[in-house]
Design a protein around this ligand. Structure first.
Ligand code: PRP
Ligand code: URA
Length: 208
């Protein structure tokens, strides 16, 4: 099992507001940012540190620093962009690669329209971010592309996941660890997560 679900009262509290149909765009964006920071905190718990020597006002000491340059954040457009700020709040030097995918509403298959990764992507650790893991098609296609580019360490960070989405990632990409704020009950007939939070992209950008 490669899934990590952030069971924490702070997350439950923030999700309760995020999910609420009466929550407006401003608050929705802020909560996506805050939850993304908490997901990143959890997803970097195994991060390698480089030993450094620093000097406090009292004495020298050896400690560790993160190789921030090692990270590539990969938001799946559009909704994934809403999570970028929350990650760069804590890894400010991470590079950002973009992949544009939308779900064909009839076939539910992901359709790619943009792909641009930072230089040397094959040697970086990729944090793929998307608020919603529904059928798993978009995340799985993104991971396929990154692997074609030689990326060896990939983590998937999402806010709401459906059990089937997790299953698909675990089957297609057993080497990829999943970090999600919550796992919801199921998908409805339109492959929306229920209870879910609706269309994440529309709620972040106020497009509906
Ligand atoms: C949503 C979401 C994921 C995808 C999840 O994006 O942000 O990318 O659907 O569904 P899946 O797991 O079944 O692939 P959408 O296609 O609505 O595009 P948008 O981000 O531009 O709104
Ligand atoms: N995409 C969304 O934005 N929401 C869902 O529930 C499923 C896919």
């Amino acid at each position: 099992m490669n899934e990590n679900v952030l069971n924490h009262p702070l997350i439950t509290h923030k999700l309760a507001i995020l999910r609420d149909v009466n929550t407006g765009t401003k608050e929705f964006r802020e909560l996506v940012t805050e939850i993304s920071t908490l997901l990143c905190y959890e997803a970097t718990k195994d991060a390698r540190l480089e030993e450094v020597e620093i000097e406090t006002p009292l004495e020298k000491m050896k400690t560790g620093k993160l190789d921030e340059d090692n990270y590539a954040i990969v938001p799946i457009l559009r909704a994934g962009m809403g999570m970028v700020e929350g990650i760069i709040n804590v890894i400010p030097n991470a590079k950002v690669g973009h992949i544009g995918l939308y779900r064909n509403e009839e076939t539910l298959e992901p359709v790619e329209y943009y792909y641009k990764m930072p230089e040397g992507i094959g040697n970086r650790e990729a944090l793929v971010i998307d608020p919603m893991l529904a059928t798993g098609g978009s995340a799985s296609a993104t991971i396929d592309k990154l692997k074609e580019d030689g990326v060896k360490k990939i983590k998937l960070l999402c806010i709401v996941a459906a059990p089937i989405g997790i299953k698909i990632i675990e089957e297609n990409h057993p080497d990829v660890e999943i970090f999600c704020a919550t796992v919801d009950r199921e998908l409805n007939e339109n492959a929306y997560i229920v209870p879910g939070l609706g269309d994440a992209g529309d709620r972040i950008y106020g497009t509906k």
